[in-house]
Every structure is written in C-alpha cells, then in structure tokens.
Write a new protein. Structure first.
Length: 389
C-alpha cells in the first residue's frame, strides 16, 4: 500500500504541465534544480531548459583548509559551463552571476561569448569584487532589457551601437568615464530606469570636453521613469548647477531619488530643476548629507518661500521621503515647500540624522504639523530615527 502511494505521488509530479515544472525550477537554486532529475523520466532533463540561470559563489562547496580559492573557482566555472553548454531550452532569458570573492575574468568572458551567439538574454546581473573589465561580447547581447553591474570596468568598443531594447540599468561602483557614460545613455533610447550608485570614487569624470551634467544626462533619456543618483555621481552631475527648468519636460518621470547637500547651491538648483521639469512626479526620495565647511553659511534667512515658486508643479506627488534629516534651515524649508505645493500628498516620512536631539525632534514635529499654509489633508507625517540609533 505504501509503495502504491509513493508511485501515485510520483505520477502526480510527472503529470505536472511543463510550465508548472519550469516555474518550480526557477524558484530553486541551480544546485537543487539539477537534483530534481532523479524524480522521474520527465524531470530528468527539465532543469536543462530553465529560462532563468542564477549562479552564486556558494553553490559549490570546498573544504577551506584544502583550498586557496583556485579549486572553488574551478568547480564554479565548470558548473557554469556545464549548465550553459547543456542548456536545451528555447532561450536563456535571465543570467545572474554573483561571484564576489572569485576572479572569473576569462571564464565570465567565455560564458558571455557563448550567450551572445544565442542573443536571447533579456536580463543580466554581474556582481564581483574585482572590477573586471566587461568582455567585448557583453556589448553584443542586443536583446538586453535590464542590466545590473557591480564592481566592473565599463568600456564599450568603438563599434558599439547601443542596446536598442534596454529599459533598466543599475551601475554600482562601476568605473566609467563621463564621455563613455554619455555615449552609452544616448545609444539606449528606451531607457526608463537609471540607478547610478557607489561608495567610492570609481568614476572618472573630468572637466573640459568630458564634462557630463544632469542636463546632458536627461537630454539622452526622454522616456526616463525613475532616476536614482548617489553622492559621488551627484558631485559631478550637479557641477555648474542647472537652469530653472529644462527646455523639454520629463513627462514620464515618476520617481526621483537623490543624495544631496542642501548647503550646496549646485545640488539645490539641480534638484529643483528636475522637480520643476517633472509634472507627473509621484515620489521624491532624498538622502541628505552635511558639509561642515558649508554649514556656517546656512542661516534662517536662506529660505525657500513657497510664494517664490509659483511655477513648481508637484500636483501628482504622493510620497516624500527624507533620510538623514539634520534640521538645517534649507532642509526644513525644502520639506515645507514640497508639502505646500503637493495637494494630493499621502505620505511624508522623515528619518532623522543621529545627531538630532530629542528637543529638536519635537520642534521639527511642531513646525511641520502647524504649517502657516495649507497642506494636503490626506498627508500622513512620520518622523522616526534610523534603526541604527
């Protein structure tokens, strides 16, 4: 009776539609997905047609006392080659490679060269710790719609004509020159989501002919829907400031996320210019940082009076998020300005900097609750301290 029950269970597994089997496999690590081949004859080669391949450095195990990294590198590279070479599905749509501590320069290059022959990959994520230069074959993946690159060196070949289908890009600690970034963005006409982040100055923006500002960036991406810029990219993109408003509105931009210093005029003018030029903006996320050298230049007379911003249209803004709020005069005036101009605002979340005292916190709450001007009746105000506190 027990054997019959087991046989019925296996029959049910074998009877699953191919689409269900494929979905189950995509939710599993590749190491586990390959083990499903023992379930039944139908499952034996199902893993070889998985459209989503995710490789991580922990998918192979090596005794640390017997290895200096080379054996693990060999086993991981071999596993990647085996899965990719024996793949017999209609397409590999997603290729994710998370191999932070291992140097897989030539191995990654060979794998991408093979993928480029099929030219079916739509999503590629490569995360490494060694600033590998992307192989030339990467730029042949013309079906790409999403890329996420971490710790890479980005040098497109002179023959590169862009990714005509690319909609989303994330660069984190990517070494790229201003000129190359400009050329790349201008050759990707469908870009909707751009994230430029990093915790070190790995970008090589210089003045002169290679100067690249927000004005240049936004001119390249007319379909932009979300823009996220960290402090090091902000430093260069905001250089020289911005006009009051862009000549062409960013009619698709819904989410703006910046790391800014409200003591820097270039940062302020850049942020306000983008906001003015984005009539359908729905979410603003700002992370503040302080510059001690400029702090003394701020005083209570440096205000952003709502009456001076009649052309500021945030009629669709629903969410305002501020991190590391230090209660500097211009930070407070910015929050007041946005709250005064956003009639359908639903959520205002302010995360205080560690150095804000309890007394200051109470004053911030009083100032924002008792605004001297109308604000959206639906706006829910939340003031909190960072979880690290």
């Amino acid at each position: 009776m027990e054997m019959k029950t087991q046989r019925l269970s296996l029959d049910r597994i074998s009877a699953l539609p191919d689409t269900i089997i494929e979905h189950i496999l995509t939710l599993m690590p590749i190491r586990d997905a390959t083990k499903t081949s023992i379930l039944s004859k139908k499952w034996r080669y199902s893993w070889r047609s998985m459209p989503k391949l995710v490789f991580t450095d922990d998918m192979v195990e090596v005794e640390p006392i017997h290895d200096n990294g080379q054996l693990k590198k060999y086993k991981l590279a071999n596993a990647i080659f085996q899965v990719v070479l024996f793949h017999n599905g209609p397409a590999i749509l997603v290729f994710n490679c998370w191999v932070r501590p291992l140097v897989l320069d030539s191995e990654f290059s060979q794998t991408i060269s093979y993928l480029a022959m099929g030219n079916t990959v739509k999503e590629l994520i490569f995360i490494n710790d060694n600033f590998n230069k992307l192989p030339v074959s990467f730029f042949s993946l013309q079906g790409l719609e999403l890329i996420q690159l971490v710790n890479c060196t980005f040098v497109p070949p002179s023959t590169f004509d862009g990714f005509s289908r690319l909609k989303s890009m994330t660069f984190f600690n990517v070494k790229v020159s201003a000129q190359m970034l400009r050329q790349f963005l201008c050759k990707c006409p469908l870009l909707e989501h751009i994230t430029l982040k990093g915790y070190q100055e790995g970008i090589h923006f210089v003045t002169g002919e290679n100067k690249f500002t927000f004005f240049d960036l936004l001119k390249c991406v007319p379909l932009i829907r979300s823009l996220e810029i960290s402090i090091y990219y902000m430093k260069y993109l905001s250089a020289g400031g911005m006009p009051r408003k862009l000549p062409t509105s960013l009619v698709h931009l819904k989410h703006l996320s910046l790391v800014i210093c409200m003591a820097k005029q270039n940062d302020i003018s850049s942020a306000l210019c983008i906001i003015r030029s984005s009539p359908l903006l729905a979410k603003i996320s700002f992370k503040m940082y302080d510059d001690e050298k400029l702090r003394l230049q701020q005083n209570s007379t440096n205000v952003l009076d709502p009456d001076d911003f009649s052309d500021l249209n945030v009629g669709h803004l629903e969410t305002l998020e501020i991190e590391r709020f230090s209660n500097l005069p211009l930070e407070m005036e910015f929050v007041k300005l946005i709250m005064a101009k956003a009639p359908v605002l639903k959520k205002v979340r302010i995360e205080l900097d560690d150095y804000v005292s309890v007394d200051e916190e109470l004053k911030i709450l009083r100032d924002l609750v008792h605004l001297p001007f109308p604000r959206a009746p639906t706006a829910k105000l939340t003031i909190r301290r960072s979880e690290a506190c």
